[in-house]
Design a protein. Structure first.
Length: 619
């Protein structure tokens, strides 16, 4: 989250071509002259440059009209009534007070309705015994409201909470819960009766007291049917010796702020192998995790980026090159982010990355990456070209217009169920002291909502999508899922020293959808790592519409999305084909599936249960 090195990205057809051009010429152009020559058509500029990077047979851009959906914060009326406490409200002494917490949409009781787990933090001065902030579990009452069941569930825990991720590590049919901390992590075993047991020490994943653990994800990296665990680390921080703002002094635009991360010792990421007996072994060194480039890890994203059937791991690093751990299929990983083109900005600079998410936004069969960055920079959009290669298409795709915001939680989600992934980015400054500056966008900031235009580009519709997007808040983690089961995707946002947001999507469109819950047999029970393909066809159109996604633990900024995979299918009246490629190698094919329902698919057996939901409510 350092402001250093936060120049605006330059636009070139690829990062490689830009770097190559520097080696051939000493000519230095102004930023404005470069951008003017290469902006997309809607900014004016070079038409040829604007169309590079668009998928084949790209449709013309849609007009910026009413998106047909609106977003509203319903947290208060839903019963999410506890504040997230994290550091000082107006002044921070250490960087530890700035990162905030993640959040999970998590069906812990298997009733088909998403519950919410909110990670919580603390303050340097501490709290009286019994008054410490604790992470919270809210049970979905199935009527738009939630009930706090934290104490009953046995999840009361205080400290500098960071991330949350979910997965059934012991394959007993109940998804378990892992929470990272500055200090020791906590693994909660789901007992299946509404309660949890802290098995962190017994399982061997508590870690060390001086580690600053951040993003996490369950991932079956060796495809043995048992979920392993990846944990990113930020800084090896000792508050007794850590620098304070006055020691530098550490300044942001002339204002003293918390020091770091540059100048502080970066933490090392951890990979735990599941031993199959309820315990894990630290295999970070033997797996090659410790030799990766970069440090200061925050957001963690797992996905099969090279389509070889094995999960890879991407880590958004703060102030250094990000890492892409390519799975070598032999228990080892190699960081290929630099040569793959997804480590740096388009102009070859390290960025202050926070959140990271994946989807196939251009429907070419490859999972692309969006990453949030520091103020003064744009988000990063890396288009997956296949074969483990990416192009930075941030400006080409229309995500380069805003540099005033500081991004955290993010995600691809099909907000209008038209079958094309859209993007939301949650913002908020890192330093509460920026309220003294008139040049900044503020500590609390509005969100950015980008609508997919079906031609490789996005349109910023933030100000036309309702107060859930346009109202400012100091956001951190966010998670996506359909909490009210009305067929459109909502999201929940954790904040800094404020109440959480529950952003409900209200659709006025008559679009169809399908939800898939995976049940592994040979593969891990949660089906994490399964690749799903959804093929539909609208009457009168010759070409089928083909989408892909994966069942994923972790992601975004320190958060956990719904484990159900959701596909919007627009006006299609059925799903012609659903193909599931399980981590075990098993391929299941379903044909002619009815829309607007949730299906449970068991590996090797097909659909074992269906649940009907009403079509998306028109509020």
């Amino acid at each position: 989250m350092s402001p250093s090195g936060q120049g605006a990205n330059l636009l070139f057809s690829s990062r490689r071509s830009f770097l190559h051009s520097l080696s051939r010429s000493a000519l230095v152009l102004s930023l404005e002259s470069v951008l003017a020559a290469a902006r997309p058509l809607r900014w004016g500029g070079n038409p040829a440059a604007a169309e590079k990077g668009a998928p084949p047979n790209a449709a013309p851009p849609k007009a910026a009209t009413d998106p047909g959906v609106s977003f509203i914060n319903v947290a208060k009326e839903s019963g999410l009534n506890t504040k997230t406490i994290f550091g000082g409200e107006h002044k921070n002494k250490y960087l530890l007070e700035t990162t905030g917490c993640g959040v999970a949409f998590y069906d812990y009781d298997n009733d088909g309705w998403l519950d919410i787990f909110l990670v919580n933090g603390t303050r340097l001065e501490g709290f009286p015994v019994g008054q410490e902030p604790i992470s919270r579990l809210f049970k979905n009452n199935r009527d738009g409201t939630f009930t706090d069941v934290t104490l009953k569930a046995g999840l009361a825990h205080s400290g500098w909470g960071q991330a949350v991720c979910v997965g059934d590590y012991d394959n007993d049919g109940w998804d378990d819960l892992f929470v990272t901390y500055f200090g020791k992590n906590v693994l909660y075993h789901n007992n299946g009766d509404g309660t949890f047991a802290d098995v962190s020490v017994k399982a061997g994943v508590a870690g060390k007291v001086n580690r600053w653990n951040t993003g996490c994800a369950f991932v079956d990296y060796d495809r043995d049917g048992r979920l392993d665990l990846f944990v990113a680390n930020y800084i090896d921080l000792d508050l007794a010796t850590a620098p304070v703002p006055e020691s530098g002094p550490c300044l942001y635009k002339g204002v003293m702020v918390a020091c770091g991360p540059p100048g502080l010792n970066g933490g090392k990421n951890i990979l735990y192998h599941n031993n199959g007996d309820g315990t894990f072994s630290d295999v970070s060194e033997s797996a090659g995790i410790l030799t990766a480039n970069g440090t200061y890890g925050l957001g963690v994203l797992t996905a099969d980026f090279d389509n070889d059937g094995w999960p890879d791991i991407y880590v958004a690093n703060d102030s250094t090159a990000s890492a892409l751990y390519q799975n070598k299929k032999n228990g080892k990983f190699v960081d290929i982010a630099m040569e793959a083109g997804c480590a740096l900005s388009a102009d070859g600079k390290p960025q202050a990355g926070m959140g990271v998410a994946a989807a196939d936004y251009d429907l070419d069969g490859n999972l692309d990456i969006v990453k949030t960055n520091f103020a003064g920079d744009t988000p990063s959009l890396y288009r997956n070209l296949g074969g483990g290669n990416f192009d930075d298409t941030t400006f080409l795709a229309g995500l380069g217009a805003h540099t005033q915001f500081l991004g955290w939680g993010c995600g691809f989600f099909d907000m209008d169920n038209d079958g094309w992934p859209d993007i939301v980015i949650c913002n908020g400054h890192v330093y509460p002291e920026v309220e003294q500056l008139k040049t900044e966008a503020g500590y609390a900031q509005r969100k950015l909502l980008y609508q997919n235009l079906h031609n490789g580009k996005f349109e910023d519709i933030s100000m036309a999508a309702g107060p859930g997007i346009s109202d400012p808040v100091a956001a951190r983690g966010c998670a996506f899922g359909d909490f009210d089961n009305d067929g459109d995707i909502d999201f929940v946002v954790n904040t800094m020293n404020d109440y959480p947001q529950l952003i409900r999507c209200d659709s006025r469109l008559d679009h169809n959808w399908i939800k898939i819950r995976t049940i592994g047999t040979k593969s891990n029970r949660s089906g994490i790592g399964a690749r799903l393909k959804c093929v539909t066809r609208v009457a009168g159109e010759a070409k089928p519409h083909q989408q892909i996604d994966e069942v994923r633990s972790g992601g975004g900024y320190l958060s956990q999305n719904d484990l159900r995979v959701h596909f919007g299918i627009g006006k299609a009246e059925k799903i012609e084909l659903i193909e599931i490629r399980w981590p075990s190698g098993q391929v299941d094919t379903l044909k002619d599936v009815k829309p607007n329902q949730q299906i449970f698919v068991k590996e090797g057996e097909g659909i074992v249960r269906t649940v009907q939901f009403p079509k998306a409510a028109k509020r």
